[in-house]
Design a protein around this ligand. Structure first.
Ligand SMILES: *[C@@H]1O[C@H](CO)[C@@H](O)[C@H](O)[C@H]1NC(C)=O
Length: 411
């Protein structure tokens, strides 16, 4: 673990005692006293290791085609030197790719780019239907090294990362993906995840205000550091150089991180990763976001997803929200440069019980990091009910995991 870990732990402890905020919650989120209890799986419950899914931070289930979409780093070592979301700022960035995972075959297909060159340092994605074809548009965060820094003698005051959003087009069933355009706007500084409203309109989270340094650490540990934001971005058209407009849609959350589509077309779910909270929200037509409800969790709450139970009845509805996150955040700083470290995770599920008005929560899966490292997103894919049991495949992926896994769970 070494000196740097001891120093960070010391600094962390000092921060905790100095800032004195809601310490109990913070202790829970950081997992200082947590002992992971890896979920025991029965016969036929997996885990199924999905080949060729290295460091895929986010995953979405595109229900109309029953396919999962993800963006992966593809190389086991590169993320440990260049990945601005972890404060890793030594280029060059690598060239990751978009993958489609078929939940029927449990196989991942790496989509070949037809017209896209250069680095692709992947993070959050979102998928939106192409209404004119049997195809989808894919929005993907790309954390590019900034040429104005690295190719200009590393001048002071210039940011090292120049992150942007890439827009791709993919014909369902094909093994290729076409680059439509890059989308850059200075308001999008530390992008993490995307919520696509249409092929020309989307929201993106800036997960931090500070990109590096002590203030970034303060931001990670101080619950009053509500300095993250969500930006709305609108492009004039899909043509490469058309105008990009952006505005602040929401400010004042702590470390807003993952975005997901909720129960209706008009519902957005937002997670605060270190805050361990999920915000059920509405994006308004004037491109501001209103938080309606807060659902607290006791662990880091990364990318959220919504599961719509296709077998729901009036009396039995397993639809709910799923969040995945690391459960011992206290070790992240020391493990984040080690390709072989293990980081424990938990995946939680919550559904609303209308008779009592409470969000029932269930730990769907827990691991010590040997089967899945740094879980950051999870989705449920339904299985036809057996003996009245509601079953699903839970796909879990992590930003530093060697692969995505699928485990069978009962809801
Ligand atoms: C945006 O629309 C919502 C809902 O109609 C409204 O409550 C809010 O005040 C509007 N915000 C702005 C800045 O216009």
């Amino acid at each position: 673990m070494g000196l740097s870990f001891t120093l960070k732990l010391g600094l962390f402890a000092a921060l905790v005692s100095y800032l004195a905020g809601p310490i109990g919650h913070l202790v829970q989120i950081t997992g200082v006293f947590l002992t992971p209890v890896p979920t025991v799986l029965g016969e036929g419950q997996g885990p199924i290791y999905i080949a060729d899914t290295v460091h895929c931070e986010d995953v979405h289930h595109y229900r109309p085609a029953n396919l999962l979409f993800t963006a992966c780093e593809d190389h086991k070592s590169t993320r440990f030197s260049w990945f601005p979301p972890l404060g890793h700022m030594s280029p060059p960035g690598t060239r990751g790719s978009l993958h489609v995972v078929d939940p029927k075959t449990m196989k991942s297909t790496r989509l070949a780019f037809t017209n896209f060159e250069g680095p692709f340092v992947t993070h959050g994605v979102d998928i939106v239907e192409d209404p004119k074809a049997n195809a989808v548009y894919i929005f993907a965060v790309n954390h590019l090294p900034n040429p104005a820094y690295f190719e200009a003698g590393e001048p002071d005051g210039v940011h090292k990362a120049r992150s942007q959003i890439e827009l791709f087009h993919h014909v369902l069933g094909s093994s290729t993906v076409q680059h439509v355009r890059s989308i850059y706007h200075p308001l999008v500084e530390t992008p993490n995840d995307v919520y696509a409203e249409s092929p020309v309109s989307f929201y993106v989270t800036n997960d931090h205000f500070y990109r590096e340094g002590v203030m970034r650490m303060v931001e990670d540990f101080w619950s009053s550091a509500k300095w993250s934001s969500i930006i709305h971005v609108q492009i004039d058209s899909l043509s490469k150089d058309s105008n990009v407009e952006a505005s602040v849609a929401l400010q004042g959350l702590w470390n807003n991180n993952g975005l997901g589509h909720g129960r209706t077309d008009k519902e957005m779910i937002i997670s605060s990763a270190v805050g361990g909270e999920l915000y059920v929200s509405t994006p308004h037509s004037n491109h501001t976001i209103e938080v309606q409800e807060t659902i607290p969790f006791q662990t880091v709450t990364d990318n959220p997803s919504y599961y719509a139970d296709p077998y729901r009845t009036d009396t039995d509805d397993a639809s709910g929200f799923v969040v995945a996150g690391i459960s011992q955040a206290v070790y992240l700083a020391s493990n984040a440069r080690n390709p072989d470290a293990t980081d424990a995770s938990q995946v939680w599920y919550t559904r609303y019980l209308s008779d009592t008005g409470v969000w029932e929560k269930k730990l769907l899966f827990e691991d010590d990091g040997l089967r899945i490292r740094t879980a950051s997103a999870a989705v449920l894919v339904p299985i036809e009910p057996k003996d009245d049991k509601k079953l699903a495949w839970l796909f879990v992926t992590g930003f530093m995991s060697e692969g995505m896994i699928a485990v069978q769970v009962e809801l």
